[in-house]
Design a protein around this ligand. Structure first.
Ligand SMILES: Nc1ncnc2c1ncn2[C@@H]1O[C@H](COP(=O)(O)OP(=O)(O)OP(=O)(O)O)[C@@H](O)[C@H]1O
Ligand SMILES: [Mg+2]
Length: 142
């Protein structure tokens, strides 16, 4: 486990790049933390490291998933499951299929919504909000 303290958006971005450097195809990253913790910001920093223009990264509003293709064939699947209330079988099958894709890195906001299908071997990130600027960021399994 690694634990960082972030006192700025800039520091959180740096932590995002630190995470990104260690990611490999097939990895599943769960981003845990309350509203406004910085899950999407970490997603932007990670996607940015893989050459994706982070300005196009925003939380999926009408869908729970957005896909981005990076320069070296890696695909980033960004989930925001905040609005998911019921996980139906169709969605379960769909997501399980995405998880098995070999060229894909999955970044998941609000993973607890699909806890029952999250694989065992994941990278788990927990963001604790201390105040408007300060965060603790714990990383397991990287
Ligand atoms: N140290 C910090 N790390 C990350 N974000 C910070 C920090 N300090 C301030 N912020 C601000 O907190 C906000 C984090 O927003 P972000 O959308 O990344 O959160 P989120 O966890 O994705 O929230 P949501 O659950 O609503 O999707 C941004 O506006 C960012 O500028
Ligand atoms: Mg978000």
């Amino acid at each position: 486990m690694k634990k960082f303290k972030s006192s700025s958006e800039r520091k959180t971005r740096r932590i995002g790049r630190f995470i990104a450097k260690k990611l490999r195809k097939g990895d599943i990253v769960c981003l845990n933390g309350p509203l406004g913790a910085g899950k999407t910001l970490l997603t932007k920093a990670i996607a940015g490291y893989f050459g994706i223009n982070e300005n196009i990264i925003k939380s999926p509003t009408y869908t729970y998933l957005r896909l981005y293709t990076a320069y070296n064939g890696i695909k980033i699947y960004h989930y925001d499951l905040y609005r998911i209330e019921v996980l139906d079988d169709y969605m379960k099958d769909q997501i399980n299929e995405y998880f098995s894709l070999k060229d894909t890195i999955s970044l998941i906001e609000w993973p607890q919504k699909i806890m029952e299908i999250i694989p065992q071997k994941i990278i788990n990130i927990e963001i604790e909000l201390l105040n408007a600027k300060k965060r603790y960021i714990k990383i397991h399994g990287l």
